[in-house]
Design a binder for this molecule. Sequence first.
Ligand code: FMN
Length: 240
Amino acid sequence: MKITVINGTEIRGVTYRLKEIFLKEIGGAADVSEFYLPKDCPRFCAGCKTCFLKDEHLCKDAEYIQKIEKSLKEADLIVFTSPAYVFHATGAMKAMLDHFGYRWMPHRPAKEFFGKRAVIITQCLGAGAKSSANDIKDSLAWWGISEIKVCRFKLMSDVIWDNIPEKKRSKMTARLSKTADRMRKVDYTKPAHTNLVVKCKFNAVRMMQAGLGKKDPDYTDYKYWKEQGWLDGERPWKRR
Ligand SMILES: Cc1cc2nc3c(=O)[nH]c(=O)nc-3n(C[C@H](O)[C@H](O)[C@H](O)COP(=O)(O)O)c2cc1C
């Protein structure tokens, strides 16, 4: 089983410890690739729109983005982690997700992401873990991922792991263990179910792309949708 982890912080703190517990619970047999932000994606999207209008490989940061994308595509399970920073995912996580705007469904979603499974782990001291998880979930859902499990925690005590009461740490461990157990039992030879929301979004974009193609047959996103066969009978959630 291949797992790719995108860590929203480089700090070896609470978020890191929660992720480590999850990985330990999922089992030692997993082949894990990890990215730490901002180290592994250190630059902001400049808004040049080259990825949207021409080719993602022409992005000034393609060396970072394509490495992450390859790993995400190859993984059976993808894990995103982030502490809440002022009620949201870390700026480093947002900066990385911005780079993947071209993979949102209205542009050029990757067929590998449909049927993918994801786990999001976020934590905060008092408030913000939910909105932080939603920051990440928004992108994953628009990439075409239906099965997204969220583990979010409120520390309500201290931001240093060793100072968090043992009872609280055990409770968080138990929650992560439950999710890890569920994810370990999944049959990864089969894609995850693609839900109705994702299918509706896909169909709305399909109609939009057909219309855009009539106006400009050279439009990058239209050509991509056409090449995938999605404007005809092919669907990314149907595997041959
Ligand atoms: C810049 C910054 C902003 C934060 N904002 C919030 C917040 O809005 N709400 C909250 O409950 N905790 C907030 N925290 C606490 C973190 O969510 C987190 O609990 C703490 O950084 C420990 O996690 P870590 O060891 O993984 O960094 C913030 C921490 C930092 C450094």
